[in-house]
Structures are given as structure tokens and as C-alpha cells.
Design a protein around this ligand. Structure first.
Ligand SMILES: Nc1ncnc2c1ncn2[C@@H]1O[C@H](COP(=O)(O)OP(=O)(O)OP(=O)(O)O)[C@@H](O)[C@H]1O
Ligand SMILES: [Mg+2]
Length: 266
């Protein structure tokens, strides 16, 4: 059961394979026939194997599945951290998988925000400096970057901690800094890979609450997770097996018109 009374397995859950569309939902993020293989011949691994996926603006999507099924690979492809072997990724309607390195680096700074299981903060920078850095790299003035960092640290419940080094913060606090950093350039999408994987229950609850606030604020969010509690806070859950999408479930029936679901199931 989640905080607002929804439950995995709730009767409102509707199961469908594929990606239901409705004219009202404009995808902000799209995978089209997306594949990523590693190695060749006998050692070939199909980490992501022909995935079609639309994520609409404001949607929170959880990606689940067993270890090795391709979740991290998919997330890295969606965020421009890796390139597909086949297929396309579109962000904000624009194809990104074929961009040059410089354009891709720019896009990663401005249009996506990543959150990782191990936080990946810069140890020698303070919490505020960690949040400011991507803003400075994207061309914000030091003053603007500082103002945004202060506001975001406040928003994630860390006001007064801006001058602390990551080593002086708890795991949950470090992850909240990482979420603030992911938001600093107002990305089209936040992508998180097992963001609660290194956290205890109390810190996990803090991050869940934060994600819920992001959802309420209309932030598009893709979260890879093993944790049912995390998945249960999403609008939609997709499951992967061996690099393929095997299940696509709307937790909030209101966002998926039944007709669209039936036509895809038929
Ligand atoms: N750099 C790489 N070289 C070769 N194979 C890789 C590489 N990265 C991932 N793989 C393989 O691709 C498949 C998908 O890996 P991926 O890390 O995406 O899985 P995952 O679902 O995120 O797993 P986990 O839940 O354990 O994090 C696995 O079989 C993995 O061994
Ligand atoms: Mg992974």
C-alpha cells in the first residue's frame, strides 16, 4: 500500500503490452525499436532488444525486472549516456541518438538529470557546490547558480546543509543533494537508477516523498527500481525481461483511456 492508498495489484491496475497512446498525451521521451547489444558471435548479449516506449510529459514511470534484464542499459540510452546499436531515442520530439559528442554533452547538461544508486557527488565540493556545478557548466552566472542551489536544497529539505561536504551527510541526505543537482537545469526528464538501493527505510521514505512532490509538480521521471514501494509511487510501471518489455501497467486508470488499451491488446 502506498501513502495515498494505492496498492500494487489494485483493481484499477490495467495490464497491457506495448505503449497506449492518446492524442492528449504528448511523449516527451520516446524509444523506437531501441536495441543495444554487447559483444558478438557466441558472446553476444542483447541487453536491450527492440524496445518501443513513449513517456508522456509529467508521467512518472518505474522500470522493473530481474537483475541483468537491461534496466540500466535502457536508462542510459534514454538519457544519452550510451548509444543504441539500433533504433532511436527522441527527447522533446528531437532525435538524440545520432547527435555528435558535443551536442550530446550539452543535451545531458540541459535536458536530462541523472540520479544514481551511489549518488556520484563530487567529494571535495560542498552540497551547494555539487548542485551549482551543472548550472555553471550550462552557462548560468555564479549568482544564479547559487540562488538555484539554495532554493533546491531548501526544496529537498536540506536548507542549512549547503556548506557540508558529502562525507558529512547521511546517505539519504546525499541522495537528496543528488536529486537537487539533477533538477538544477530544469530538465525535461529526471532519470534515476536504483535511487534508493543504498538507503535504509527512513531515507527511502524521504526520497519517495520527494519523488511524489516532483510528480505533483509535473516533473517527468523515469525510475529504475527493484523496490515495490518505489514502483508503487509511479503512474506507470513497465517490466523488462531479457531486454524486452513484457508488461506495461498504468497505476492510475484515469491516465490511460480504456479504448486505447483495448486496441493495443486486441
Ligand atoms: N559494458 C558491458 N559489456 C558487456 N555486457 C554488458 C555491459 N553492460 C551490461 N551488460 C550486460 O547487459 C545485460 C543488461 O545489463 P544491465 O546493467 O542493463 O541490467 P540491469 O537490469 O540494470 O541489472 P541490475 O538490476 O543488476 O542493475 C546484462 O546481461 C549485462 O551483463
Ligand atoms: Mg542496473
Amino acid at each position: 500500500m502506498t501513502g495515498d492508498g494505492r496498492r500494487l495489484g489494485d483493481s484499477r491496475r490495467r495490464r497491457t503490452i506495448g505503449t497506449p497512446r492518446s492524442p492528449a498525451e504528448k511523449p516527451v521521451l520516446q524509444a523506437i525499436g531501441l536495441s543495444r547489444t554487447y559483444g558478438r558471435g557466441e558472446t553476444l548479449v542483447r541487453a536491450v532488444d527492440g524496445i518501443d516506449l513513449d513517456v508522456s510529459a509529467g508521467q512518472t514511470l518505474a522500470v522493473t525486472g530481474p537483475s541483468g534484464c537491461g534496466k540500466s542499459t535502457l536508462l542510459q540510452l534514454l538519457g544519452g549516456l550510451d548509444r543504441p546499436t539500433r533504433g532511436q531515442v527522441r527527447l522533446g520530439g528531437r532525435r538524440i541518438d545520432d547527435l555528435g559528442e558535443r551536442s550530446l554533452a550539452r543535451l545531458r547538461r540541459r535536458a536530462t538529470g541523472f540520479v544514481f544508486q551511489d549518488f556520484q557527488l563530487m567529494d571535495e565540493l560542498t552540497a551547494a557546490e555539487n548542485v551549482e556545478l551543472p548550472a555553471l557548466l550550462a552557462g548560468a552566472s555564479p549568482r544564479t547558480a547559487r540562488a538555484r542551489a539554495t532554493a533546491l536544497l531548501d526544496r529537498v529539505g536540506l536548507d542549512g546543509r549547503g556548506r557540508h561536504l558529502p562525507s558529512e551527510l547521511s546517505g539519504g541526505q546525499r541522495q537528496r543533494v543528488a536529486v537537487a543537482r539533477a533538477l538544477v537545469n530544469e530538465p525535461l526528464v529526471v532519470l534515476a537508477d536504483e535511487p534508493t538501493g543504498n538507503l535504509d527505510s527512513a531515507a527511502t521514505r524521504d526520497i519517495l516523498r520527494l519523488f511524489d512532490e516532483l510528480r505533483a509538480a509535473g516533473q517527468t521521471l523515469v525510475v529504475v527500481t527493484h523496490d515495490e514501494r518505489v514502483a508503487a509511487t509511479a503512474d506507470r510501471v513497465v517490466s523488462l525481461r531479457d531486454g524486452s518489455l513484457v508488461d506495461d501497467t498504468r497505476l492510475d486508470g484515469a491516465t490511460a483511456p480504456l479504448g486505447a488499451l483495448l486496441s493495443w491488446e486486441g
